[in-house]
Design a protein. Structure first.
Length: 485
């Protein structure tokens, strides 16, 4: 080895020229260590490399940035939260479905491994994980670039009767949570290491003004990002209007919390949303001027019939938007597709958002939210976080515009290899570190145990079938066929 690195030569390379992604046919990427050292047409490469890998049927693109996920529990909501919801909370699953999830720490580790495998296989190379800070070792073991956001709040949600939302306040606990989070962020500074961190006062409606101001002050001192869930449910919109006389974003702006280092998760039910019924609030103007980024997770809202109004309009107004998976499936390719399609649907306009709008959000948008010019793009000096897509896979042919094909039709089966920080973590569509089949079996076992114990944890004794009736009745009887009376 002379340190010349590996030259990947591919049918398409998605390079970045400082302004925009560009599609380079017969392109090349030189990886030296954990950095990209050359991007451009293969014919223009005149340097030396230790080896050359020829991938004439592949597209090499930047790794995707998942700006918002909960990998400790997300898979366990699958089969439960779709086609269901509590009418008392406008069908949101936020307030009384969470108590079904219960895992011990060994189980949580397995769920995280499963989640990270699922994300890597969909092309995610960087994630913002909200809540998993007790499991740093698992994220580090995985090799995926992780921003851990330990979450804390002044109040917990509770709904003993399943009808009314109660806030159980414990302001001291919120401040103690901030203190622990500050220690965590101090110990895991963002930058060179694969593990970074940020502060995450949990939700706009569960934090006191004092906790939010203290969080802002701590973030300034630490030089870290601030992450908060906001404008995410009709219940929250109503509570914030009653409590503070304005929208969630007006509340945050009034506290002096917002700025370019803030990531607002969701930001769906803003004044711009026709169903929020707060058209007099200044949300649009606040988003335009504050510089805060939005972590847009279209699928989790779309499945409840709620869409952002709209991704295309936010982007055209200059708001920085990234993409997150939030719940399940943890699939960045699907999330990009929903982002584009639901924006078109919201605006009744096929050009409201394009494949490029979604791909930008999932790459440079997420990177900008993290303050990282070296992520979400392939250019000289960027981190070697790359996804290798097989353009001859069934989902990708015929290929003229590979980004369009990937966003509108690509699936995990098109993703052949994924590299993070110069290290190959997925090859042949399989994660290299863990046994995927074993993880799938474990997640099934963990979920079955959790469902069995669920009604004992619900104050009303409801079972998963009560809260989430199955698509068709389970079981079969002789007269189920309904022949004769
Ligand atoms: Zn979330």
């Amino acid at each position: 080895m002379n340190g010349g690195g590996t030259l990947y030569r591919a049918g398409f390379v998605i390079g970045h020229d400082g302004d925009t992604h560009r599609i380079i046919a017969d392109g090349a990427v030189l990886v030296r260590g954990n950095r990209v050292d050359y991007v451009g047409p293969a014919r223009d490469f005149s340097g030396a490399s230790d080896e050359t890998v020829h991938l004439p049927n592949h597209m090499i693109m930047p790794g995707l940035v998942n700006l918002h996920c909960h990998t400790t529990g997300a898979p366990l909501s699958r089969s439960l939260l779709e086609d269901s919801g509590n009418p008392a909370f406008f069908m949101s699953g936020l307030y009384d479905y969470g108590r079904f999830r219960k895992t011990d720490s060994e189980e949580t580790r397995e769920v995280i491994r499963y989640s990270l495998a699922e994300l890597l296989k969909s092309g995610a190379t960087t994630i913002v994980e909200v809540g998993g800070s007790d499991y740093v070792d698992v994220y580090r073991e995985s090799g995926i670039r992780t921003y851990l956001a330990p979450s804390y709040r002044s109040a917990a949600w509770d709904t003993p009767d399943g009808k009314k939302l109660e806030y159980v306040w414990d302001e001291e606990a919120g401040l103690a949570g901030l203190e622990r989070a500050v220690d965590f962020v101090s110990a895991h500074p963002s930058g060179e290491d694969l593990i970074g961190s940020m502060l995450a006062p949990a939700q706009v409606d569960t934090c006191t003004p004092e906790l939010l101001r203290e969080s802002r002050r701590a973030a300034d001192e630490l030089g870290c990002r601030l992450h908060i869930h906001t404008s995410q449910s009709h219940t929250e919109v109503g509570v914030m209007i009653q409590r503070h006389g304005g929208s969630s974003l007006e509340f945050l702006e009034g506290l002096g919390i917002l700025g370019p280092d803030v990531i607002l998760a969701h930001t769906i039910l803003t004044a711009d949303h026709p169903d929020s019924n707060i058209p007099w609030c200044r949300d649009g103007q606040i988003l335009e001027t504050s510089g805060a980024s939005i972590a847009h997770c279209p699928w989790v809202f779309g499945r409840r019939g709620t869409v952002m109004h709209s991704l295309g309009q936010y982007v055209r107004r200059g708001v920085n938007v990234g993409i997150g998976t939030d719940t399940f499936p943890q699939n960045m390719l699907a999330e990009m597709r929903w982002a584009a399609i639901l924006s078109k649907t919201a605006d009744n306009n096929p050009l409201s958002a394009t494949a490029g709008t979604a791909f930008d959000a999932a790459t440079v948008g997420g990177a900008r939210a993290l303050g990282r010019e070296d992520l979400g793009r392939l250019s000289e000096g960027a981190r070697a976080d790359m996804v290798f897509v097989d353009c001859l896979s069934f989902d990708m042919v015929p290929v003229r515009d590979p980004i369009r094909n990937l966003v509108y039709g690509g699936s995990k089966s098109s993703v052949d290899k994924v590299m993070v920080d110069g290290k190959m973590l997925v090859d042949g569509g399989r994660v290299l570190l863990w046994d995927e089949d074993r993880l799938a079996v474990r997640v099934q076992e963990i979920a079955e145990k959790m469902w069995d114990g669920a009604s004992a944890r619900d104050p009303l004794g409801r079972s998963p079938d009560d809260l989430s009736p199955p698509t068709y009745p389970f079981g079969w009887t002789e007269d189920a066929g309904g022949d004769e009376a």
